[in-house]
Design a protein around this ligand. Structure first.
Ligand SMILES: Nc1ncnc2c1ncn2[C@@H]1O[C@H](COP(=O)(O)OP(=O)(O)O)[C@@H](O)[C@H]1O
Ligand SMILES: [Mg+2]
Length: 328
């Protein structure tokens, strides 16, 4: 089957932080790609490097953090090789990000229409009445009531959920080809969550956006993603189309994540089976597999060498020494 070249191709991306205790590799040699119009879910527990991955793609990692190697190809252009000025013009129009913390990315000094109108002007050439009408349409799409009046309000006049929706509207205003959404709905109630995710899907259908959806909610993944990458301690440990991943997870970490999700068959009041233990410190990683200390299937070889991602079936990869021997 001949597939078109992926819109976004990430190869060997590595991002480190120089901390007082030493060099911390938050994103460790990860690779993935997303086709136009497709959604890749990036999942994993807190601290696994998901947000740093998003910031790295945007080239917004702040010191003491630094991207130390890799390529981020957008339509074949390596974003990591662009000048700062060139990268600024990519941000917003070609690649955009909805951040996990909405208050930190809306300037409290300006009414919310300002960033939206600015994006519409820079990236879509819309001005005056045309821009204003589009701004109103975007806020309406993001389920902001009384959108026209609301454009003149300041960020602090909105609730957290509304700020997040305004932020999403302002990112969508640029119609980015690649959109990174970092836990975009975590702070929102279930109804609004569904609206926002529907909005993202609609944008994708209209403009063919490639979406990287960062979330720890596997239900969100099941309903919104075509493919999934599971991240653990800075590495991608499993990657597969969404149905394959849910039907036959091959990495013990993925299996653990799936078992921790309440399903229709979970009896009420039965405690969820969370994965015991915690993510190892990225400053002191074990020599073998990073999941070793928590893995119910660990074998002696797992303490010796770190497993690389390997084929675990058609279009399916897992970084586990036992992929061949595990029962499916
Ligand atoms: N500014 C920073 N300085 C030092 N370490 C950082 C910084 N930002 C993130 N990290 C570390 O990078 C790792 C990955 O963080 P993050 O990407 O935010 O995880 P996730 O989004 O998966 O919860 C964590 O161990 C975190 O402590
Ligand atoms: Mg995060």
């Amino acid at each position: 089957m001949n597939q078109p070249a992926p819109l976004l191709q990430v190869r060997g991306l590595t991002t480190q932080f120089a901390t007082e205790e030493g060099l911390l590799t938050a994103v460790d040699n990860i690779s993935f790609s997303i086709q136009s119009g497709r959604t890749l879910g990036l999942v994993g527990e807190s601290g696994c490097g998901k947000s740093v991955t998003g910031y790295s793609l945007m080239r917004l990692v702040q010191p003491p953090g630094k991207i130390v190697s890799g390529e981020v190809l957008l339509n074949g252009t390596d974003l990591l090789k662009l000048s700062d000025k060139e990268m600024r013009t990519m941000r917003g129009g070609k690649i955009g990000m909805v951040f996990q913390e909405p208050m930190t990315s809306l300037d409290p000094l300006y009414p919310v229409r300002d960033p939206i109108l600015e994006t519409l002007s820079i990236h879509r050439g819309l001005k005056g009445a045309e821009a204003k009408a589009e701004a109103v349409r975007l806020l309406q799409q993001a389920a902001i009531p009384e959108a026209e009046k609301r454009l003149a309000s300041y960020p602090h006049q909105y609730s957290g959920g509304m700020r997040q929706r305004i932020l999403i509207a302002s990112v969508l205003a640029g119609r980015p080809q690649v959109l990174i959404a970092d836990e975009p709905t975590t702070a929102l109630d279930v109804t609004v969550q569904a609206q926002i995710l529907a909005l993202l899907r609609q944008l994708q259908q209209e403009t063919g956006t490639a979406l990287l959806l960062i979330t720890h909610n596997l239900g969100v993944v099941a309903e919104n993603c075509h493919d999934v990458a599971v991240m653990y301690a800075g590495r991608i440990v499993e990657r597969a189309p969404v149905r394959t991943l849910f039907a036959s997870p091959r990495h013990p970490y993925t299996k653990g994540l799936l078992q921790a999700v309440p399903g229709p068959s979970t009896p009420p009041r039965q405690p969820l089976q969370a994965i015991s233990g915690s993510v190892p410190s990225l400053l002191r990683l074990p020599s073998g597999c990073r999941f070793l200390s928590r893995c119910p299937l660990a074998q002696p070889q797992c303490a010796q060498t770190e497993p690389a991602l390997r084929s675990a079936g058609e279009n399916h990869e897992a970084a586990c020494h036992l992929v061949e021997t595990q029962e499916r």
